[in-house]
Design a protein around this ligand. Structure first.
Ligand code: NAP
Ligand code: HSE
Length: 428
């Protein structure tokens, strides 16, 4: 008789409870599909007495996740506590040192310590799997490591944070300010305990860094992601973009360029008719481009109990079936350190600024752009007041370096008040 695959789960919050539910509900199905039973042996969380709405009576309890990770009677350690230091890291390391495979939903842990953890696991003949860490229920890690394994990946992009997409689409639909929708989303419990992880783009950047590593065979490098959150996007920008046929999305883009690996997570304008432009609410979308496949689009729930536990169980089932794929799709030791290229690929930009209403003001701005080698595609002045005029400019393709030069020059013109807004227009 084949031996069961024995699981230890550290963390019994949203995701942990979701895993328990699936294992309990689908025990027979999992056994049929894997050819062996999949059983939970032991669990850990902070509170032993909290009612979690699931029956945990059949499982051993550990107060300390590190002790759980070391138990001789588990084969797979599932880390769904969160946090990139402390118990999550200690327990993952202990599991590897004690001969377990590790499955985690923790993008922060993987984006910061993924290389070291993967090297340690692989040296010990074990695995770390993290499908649930990127885009929740969308099997994008599988798509990259398995389905697209025959491609040279040329670009990975997508909307990887459901909370930000909810905020941006709600602003647009209801005509509300960023601040109003932020408060609403927070009250509804849509944002992380530290909302900056969502709206600052950090959560999404962790995910992008993980995908970039698999796609380009490079060591995961979260610090190299150019990061800008959605806090400066105004309802005015959303309306202006809509007028020109665009939507604003917090878009992650990773591509290998002649100058190195470009990884960006920032608000971008995308055509409103594109799949990314049409993505509404808390849903995620990942676009993968490869030399053989051309382009594929994956869309689905990026968070929540069921979708995230579904992704964890996909990894568990691979292990149960004996599928052994390296953490980042190739042995961790063979991953290169990539040179970071800052917005190497040129693009048109949307610029919005407030000009003092006096003769020659627009000419000074146009001159600053011209001096930086930037050509204007479209320009519009609107909602004029007694003293100032908002001006919107769409440039032809330019580099971020040239744009930064022009933006710095705007300050010395004496006609631009406040900070101009610059949003990249992405070809999707
Ligand atoms: P959560 O609801 O806050 O649950 C965290 C769990 O970890 C709780 O059960 C907590 O115990 C336990 N825990 C925390 N510190 C612990 C410690 N020192 N020792 C033992 N247990 C500890 O979090 P979650 O939403 O399930 O998320 C878990 C992980 O999945 C995170 O890395 C998150 O980023 C990732 N993830 C979540 C989602 C999602 O939709 N929620 C989606 C994708 C990825 P108590 O319950 O006793 O406090
Ligand atoms: N806060 C994340 C989101 C949850 O909104 O997408 C999953 O990482």
């Amino acid at each position: 008789m084949t031996t069961p695959l024995r699981l230890g789960i550290a963390g019994l919050g949203t995701v942990g409870v979701g895993i328990v539910r699936i294992v309990q509900k689908h025990a027979a199905l999992l056994e049929l599909r894997a050819g062996r039973a999949v059983e939970i042996v032991a669990v850990s969380a902070r509170s032993k007495t909290k009612d979690r709405g699931v029956d945990l009576s059949g499982y051993a309890w550990e107060d300390d996740p590190v002790t759980l990770a070391k138990r001789a009677d588990i084969d797979v350690f599932i880390e769904v506590m969160g946090g990139h230091e402390g118990p999550a890291k200690d327990a993952a390391e202990a599991a590897i040192a004690n001969g377990k495979d590790v499955v985690s939903a923790n993008k922060a842990l993987l984006a910061i310590h993924g290389q070291a953890l993967a090297e340690a696991a692989e040296a010990a003949g074990h695995l770390i799997r993290f499908e649930a860490a990127v885009a929740g229920g969308i099997p994008v890690v599988k798509a990259l490591t398995e389905g697209l394994a025959g491609n040279e990946i040329t670009r990975v992009m997508g909307v990887m944070n459901g909370s930000c997409n909810y905020i941006l689409t709600r602003m647009e639909d209801a005509g509300l300010s960023y601040e109003a929708v932020f408060d609403e989303a927070n009250a509804l419990g849509y944002l992380e305990a530290d909302p900056e992880l969502d709206v600052g783009g950090i959560d999404a950047a962790h995910k992008l860094a993980l995908l970039a590593s698999i796609a380009f065979g490079t060591q995961v490098d979260f610090d190299a992601v150019e990061l800008e959150g959605i806090g400066s996007v105004t309802i005015d920008d959303i309306h202006q973009a809509a007028d020109m046929g665009y939507k604003i999305k917090l878009l992650g883009v990773a591509q290998m360029t002649g100058r190195g690996l470009e990884q960006r997570m920032s608000p971008c304008l995308v055509p409103d008719t594109s799949p990314l432009g049409q993505l509404a609410g808390g849903t995620n979308m990942i676009v993968l481009e490869g030399d053989a496949v051309s382009q594929i689009v994956l869309r689905g729930p990026g968070a929540g109990e069921g979708p995230t536990a579904s992704a964890i169980m996909g990894d568990v089932m691979d292990i149960a079936r004996g599928l052994r794929i390296s953490t980042f799709g190739q042995p961790a030791k063979t991953l290169r350190k990539a040179r970071a290229a800052r917005a190497a690929v040129s693009a048109p930009y949307y610029l919005r600024m407030q000009l003092i209403d006096k003769p020659g003001a627009l000419a000074k701005v146009a001159h600053a752009l011209g001096e930086a080698g930037i050509s204007i595609d479209r320009m519009r002045q609107y909602d004029h007041t007694d003293t100032t005029a908002p001006v919107l400019i769409v440039t032809h393709k330019t580099t971020r370096t040239a744009l930064d030069e022009a933006l710095a020059d705007f300050k010395s013109t004496g006609v631009v008040t406040g900070d101009p807004v610059a949003i990249r227009i992405e070809a999707v």
